[in-house]
Write a protein that binds this ligand. Sequence first.
Ligand code: FAD
Length: 628
Amino acid sequence: MDTFFAGKYDVIVIGAGHAGCEAALAAARLNKKTLMLTINLDSIAMMPCNPSIGGTGKGHLVREIDALGGEMGINIDKTFIQSKMLNVGKGPAVHSLRAQADKSKYHLEMKKVIENTPLLDVKQAEVKELIIENNMAKGVITSIGSIYHGKTVVLATGTYLGGKIFIGSAVFSSGPNGLAPSMLLTENLTQNNIPMRRFKTGTPARVNCRTLNYDKMERQDGDKKIVPFSFLNDSLNIEQVPCWLTYTNLKTHEIITDNFHRSALFSGEIEGTGPRYCPSIEDKINRFHDKDRHQLFIEPEGLDTNEMYVQGMSTSMPEDVQISFMQSIPGLENVEIMRPAYAIEYDCIDPTQLKLSLEFKDIENLFSAGQFNGSSGYEEAAAQGLIAGINAAQKINNADPFVLDRSEAYIGVLIDDLVTKGTDEPYRMMTSRSEYRLILRQDNADLRLTEKSYKIGLATQERFDRVSQKIVLMEKEMDRMNNTLIKAKTINPFLVSIGSSELRDSVTITNLLKRPEIFYDQIEEFDTSRPSLREDIWKQCEISIKYEGYIKKQLKQVEKFKSLETKRISEVDFYDVDGLRLEAKQKLNDIQPTSIGQASRISGVSPADISVLLVYLDYKRRTKKNES
Ligand SMILES: Cc1cc2nc3c(=O)[nH]c(=O)nc-3n(C[C@H](O)[C@H](O)[C@H](O)COP(=O)(O)OP(=O)(O)OC[C@H]3O[C@@H](n4cnc5c(N)ncnc54)[C@H](O)[C@@H]3O)c2cc1C
């Protein structure tokens, strides 16, 4: 094949999925000449699975991406068709925003942003090999012979590498949605000593809304008051579309059980490991056979299409079985499938070969993000893409890597879990993965992260000014509420009316809000000196008052965590450390932790091993001091 030199860049991003888009935009916005390559320009920011952004834990990631100056939050605010804050019946730590997206508008809007970003070129090409010299990434070669040189390269190939589709006994090479797979790069990565493995995921059928009977389903509407994903948007208002709720039944389960043998999942055709938290319907019926029904959400894929997504029904059953079990469900009796459900198997890596900056430990200037790193989900991919893009730029600037730790962000939890603990299945973010979820709420991501990103030049001046002003207004309001008294006789009738105990003396607003049954927006008429504040500002004040004790306790835990994170480890051959168990030596050598904190999270490294390590590091420090 003829080759030719096609161009020179600072950052080359392989992939234009959710990871690739954030990586390329971050690098270009940090003034790096960036090239983004994708097998198909029509798949930029494509949503091959659920037509939604956010949800429990995932909504937190999107708000953090936005606070850091990423694009996903802004893009969904432009293209959503329904929005809901989940878990509002529970505490603010698990409140999670979720928005239904118009998939094709989401793609078009992101493509527009990408195409109009200075210093960013986007091209349609399949990368067949990396240029690696002396364990350093130098560029890429495409399947049509174009050679691009790059100071850094970011791999974000998603579910395309070695893509194989399973629909019953029908098995064929393909990327998602019938797009071309990437069949050449895996071999080159393996030759460059990048061990690969197979994961799988699945998606449900898309059905035609004309063939649905909504009278037999429960309508699910969005929130009246919409909370934007982006901290740059104060409010949003659109005419929302509904989703629909229905359930499988024993007839559905019988059809599926009778055809277990025809599912690619159970016939052993599929080798790849699938996501435990997004199981296929046959997996659910097999695992939870005591349940007599499973809920299904019928979600619109967009305003200009009849396609409806059947959430909860991913499967690798043959199409005829898909039709018969679908038609056993209330509201789907006459359903027409537009796109059959399928499972996809693809190549990805074990992320423990990466540093916390998402750079490969053994190949310098090579970074990776997204599904390729063993995660699953648009939001997880975008979060990693942003960090990989930032760090590709930081590397070129010889600046310190931009790393968020577990106490600062869900993005920190995500990346630390992947590179320190690894994952044996597609990793999905959940609030339960964070030990500091009361302070890592989706509502305060800007307060936690924007300044950090502003300092490296990514978050814009506008973002920084908004957060700075918000902090000033929050402090002023906290101060006012700490010093403003409400007379007992003024508010007692209201307190009695809501079953709250009467006051004997005047009380500060702060102390009043400490009562769990009293809320800021309820007592406006009694709080005559109240300034008009945006909801996101007074909500911060209210949460810090109501959860003061818990937040203080968690901040104490964070202090302890930070003390271990700041105990740095560098240039240690763990096989030299006497007293460490063999398993610990092996694991520590593989992961190469950069701190005692990270070392303590490696599975197979015990607290006793950590004590031995602490003594060893202390001894090394003192010896060095004596020698100097
Ligand atoms: C069938 C299916 C079901 C899914 N189910 C779920 C689910 O239930 N829950 C969930 O959370 N997530 C699910 N996902 C995952 C979700 O879609 C992905 O997590 C997300 O899209 C990953 O984003 P990414 O940027 O890593 O990769 P992708 O969005 O897959 O994008 C990869 C990009 O890389 C490009 N590319 C690949 N190889 C090359 C190459 N050699 N040269 C140039 N370009 C290349 C592609 O063209 C594409 O632009 C599913 C995905 C699929 C396909």
